[in-house]
Ligand binder design. Structure first.
Ligand SMILES: [Zn+2]
Length: 223
């Protein structure tokens, strides 16, 4: 499989290209071009969240811990004194970063459900829903954020598969076919839960016709 540096470099390059094309086509302003590039890079390391002790896993849980800390601080600030708020924030960070990270590692296997097209759909739909509802971004930008994450995850899965081809030996490694798969069938219950989570996101998505219009523009650019 490709290592962390390869994944983040290739995904960031893909994100930069996507951001530039969208900026040129006036789909988003310069600041959003940076966001699109960053989200593609994040998508490019996201599947390796299931690789225990990997840099991707540590980085993603650090980001999730920081995000939870900010959310906790905003929500709890009216309810707690300053000292209690500080303690609560430290607790939230440690809980998500370390306890959450360890639990996640226990419950997942590398190249399992998180290396699948279903996970790619779930991650990109989560980005769209969070961007649209939580960050109150316009539908068009929220879908753009989803596309950025999706492109990043797909780059990751493709890279993993490419690294499964031993060009020198002219053969396929045993890992071939374990990254770019529709769903992970060896753990049907986990995949079913992922499918349920994905379907549950549907009501929270921005309007579909905005995505359709965006994709029509992309197709027009292609022609
Ligand atoms: Zn991977």
């Amino acid at each position: 499989m490709a290592n962390f540096r390869t994944h983040i470099t290739v995904a960031a390059a893909g994100g930069a290209l996507l951001a530039y094309v969208g900026f040129k086509a006036q789909w988003w302003p310069p600041v959003q071009a940076l966001v699109v590039c960053a989200l593609t890079a994040l998508g490019g390391i996201l599947p390796d969240i299931d690789a225990d002790h990997s840099r991707s896993n540590r980085l993603i849980f650090t980001l999730l811990g920081a995000l939870a800390l900010v959310m906790g601080a905003v929500l709890l600030q009216p309810l707690l004194s300053l000292v209690m708020l500080l303690l609560a924030c430290v607790g939230i960070y440690i809980g998500v970063r370390y306890v959450g990270g360890v639990l996640f590692s226990r419950l997942t296997v590398h190249r399992g459900g998180w290396h699948s097209l279903l996970a790619a759909a779930m991650c990109s739909m989560t980005a769209a829903a969070l961007s649209f509802h939580w960050l109150a971004q316009p539908a068009r930008l929220a879908w753009s954020h989803a596309v950025a994450v999706l492109v990043g995850v797909l780059i990751h899965l493709l890279l993993d598969e490419m690294y499964s081809v031993d060009l020198a030996g002219g053969r396929l490694k045993r890992s071939f076919g374990t990254a770019l798969k529709p769903v992970y069938l060896q753990r049907p219950l986990a995949s079913l839960l992922m499918l349920i989570a994905t379907v549950a996101l549907v009501p929270w998505l921005p309007p579909w016709d905005v995505l359709r219009a965006l994709l029509t523009q992309v197709a027009g650019l292609w022609r």
